[in-house]
Design a protein. Structure first.
Length: 526
């Protein structure tokens, strides 16, 4: 690879049609890195989408085993990206090398996990209801259902995870596993990183004989609208701001053929600290919570942005301890100047609100973010004030003190949808406040006990989603194997001869998968 990287991927090929040059920036110094890129033209967006559409018929009809081979090959290529690559990502994002190394492993691990999903076959969701010709008053026909890929998927890279939620991240992995070619919009905060990863995907596609156009990447500002509105695109995956995600949802809904947008957008991730836990381990809770708030400079979508507790001398002491810890935290460099600017605007809203008190944190200076702690009047939640519903993306959290158990319930009920909620307590707390679980499962995608949300395991049972505005569709997840469901749709075959059925539905069950046959889960042939 040359030291100057400067083209778009169109259908797996590079194009130099763009005329506007955009440059990769060193997040630590603000200086230009020696990597330049072309702003994609509308013609290139069209070419990318058409290339994906051209690849779709072939790619979707490949066996699950062939697609699994492709995903494993991508993982292998990602694992070969060495120290030079890690150093580049660090320069583009200001994230430490250990974080990038871990994220690289998570990203290749996601690919291998989806390969396992393909090989075990449960993603087909195969259901068979055999004919009942003697049924009265009407016979039942033979009915068989399985799931197929939606079609080409547009994926937008996230700023805060340059690998795991980016070019080869969870949305791309899930879409490719589902049989959907991808058109990826590279994030402006780590364009050179995206190029390296795209090279890995293209190399894997060539190694495994995938159709041209199975993966496509475009750069530039203002191209997202054209991509979402392109008639070839059948779904969108997005991780980012509420404003950006909502705009994409509105564009997709306004198309002549509306399409789904699976957007992960905004969450304040409440943490409820219960009384007996404060009696037993207040200092350790304060230390752990502070560490979670400032981890990664607070640049996680699961950052704990709201802390609730019942008024008491213990809770007052806990607040003082947490404030002292926040004051001791060093400033950190954020992902890019735009992220720092957004953080500053979020802090200003909190500082200027008459019902919010600043408890800890130094004045923002220079190019680094200073951790902050605020305290808000509980009435802001009870009355649905938007100031506590809006995520402040950075190392900041807000304390809300409630009068009693009844007011705690009311305050939580006033929250909008969230990715996570956390209960910190002892067994006696969980017995006394047992109603909170039923309340929170209506509000969030993941409930934690005695843990902190800034860590998302990639596995079968993980849910990284939640009611709006955490996501645009609470029925899905962007982390874990259930993410594949977003890019699949069911098809039913009625009275088809066995020879014309897909393998997943044939009598002999040649794939050896578990199927629901007349309401019973079986792996046998019929």
């Amino acid at each position: 690879m040359s030291t100057i990287i400067g083209h778009n991927y169109i259908g797996g090929q590079r194009s130099a049609a763009g005329k506007v040059i955009v440059r990769s920036i060193d997040a630590n110094t603000g200086e230009n890195l020696p990597y330049s890129f072309y702003q994609a033209t509308l013609e290139e967006v069209d070419s990318a989408a058409l290339a994906a559409a051209s690849a779709f018929p072939t790619y979707r009809n490949l066996s699950a085993a062939r697609r699994a081979e492709f995903l494993d090959a991508i993982a292998d290529e990602l694992d070969t990206l060495g120290d030079d690559f890690v150093a580049l990502v660090c320069r583009e994002t200001a994230l430490p090398a250990v974080r990038i190394q871990g994220e690289r492993g998570r990203t290749s691990g996601q690919m291998r996990l989806f390969a396992k999903v393909l090989r075990r076959g449960d993603f087909y969701g195969a259901r068979i209801d055999l004919a009942l010709p003697e049924r009265k008053p009407l016979p039942r026909p033979d009915l068989r259902q399985y799931r197929i890929g939606l079609g080409p998927v547009a994926v937008f890279g996230a700023s805060n995870f340059p690998l795991a939620f980016s070019t080869a991240g969870g949305d791309s992995a899930a879409a490719l596993a589902a049989g959907c070619p991808v058109v990826f919009k590279a994030h402006s905060g780590h364009m050179a990183t995206a190029e390296y990863v795209a090279n890995a995907i293209i190399t894997a596609a060539e190694r495994t004989g995938m159709p041209a156009g199975v993966f496509n990447m475009i750069y530039g500002a203002g191209v997202g609208e054209a991509l979402v509105k392109h008639p070839a695109i059948q779904a969108v995956g997005f991780t980012g701001s509420l404003k950006g995600g909502r705009a994409l949802c509105d564009m997709a809904a306004a198309r002549p053929q509306p399409i789904p947008v699976f957007a992960e957008m905004s969450s304040v991730n409440p943490v409820v600290v219960l009384p007996q836990a404060l009696n037993v381990r207040a200092d350790s809770i304060a230390n752990e919570l502070c560490a979670s708030v400032v981890q990664g400079c607070g640049q996680f979508c699961t950052n704990p942005g709201l802390v609730l507790g019942i008024r008491s001398t213990n809770f007052s002491a806990f607040q003082q301890r947490l404030a002292a810890l926040i004051n001791d935290q060093p400033a950190q460099t954020m992902l890019n100047p735009g992220t720092l600017g957004s953080y500053g605007k979020g802090l200003q809203k909190l500082h200027s609100h008459p019902a919010i008190e600043h408890l800890a944190g130094g004045t923002q200076q220079g190019s680094q973010a200073q951790p902050q702690l605020f305290k808000a009047d509980v009435n802001l939640l009870l009355k649905g004030d938007e100031v506590l519903q809006e995520e402040v993306f950075g190392p900041t959290t807000v304390i809300v003190e409630v009068a009693d158990q009844t007011q705690l319930h009311a305050a939580l009920n006033g929250l909008q949808g969230q990715l996570t909620a956390t209960l910190i307590g002892e067994p006696g707390d969980f017995a006394q406040f047992s109603e909170l679980t039923a309340l929170l499962e209506q509000k969030v995608g993941r409930i934690l006990l005695n843990g902190y949300p800034t860590g998302v395991e990639v596995c079968d049972s993980m849910v990284h989603g939640g009611p709006y505005p955490a996501t645009s569709d609470a029925r899905g997840t962007s982390v874990g194997t259930l993410a594949i469901d977003r890019f699949l749709r069911p098809v039913c075959f009625q009275n088809f001869p066995d020879s014309l059925l897909p393998d997943a539905l044939k009598d002999a069950n040649p794939l050896g998968i578990s199927r629901l046959v007349d309401g019973q889960a079986v792996r046998d042939s019929l």
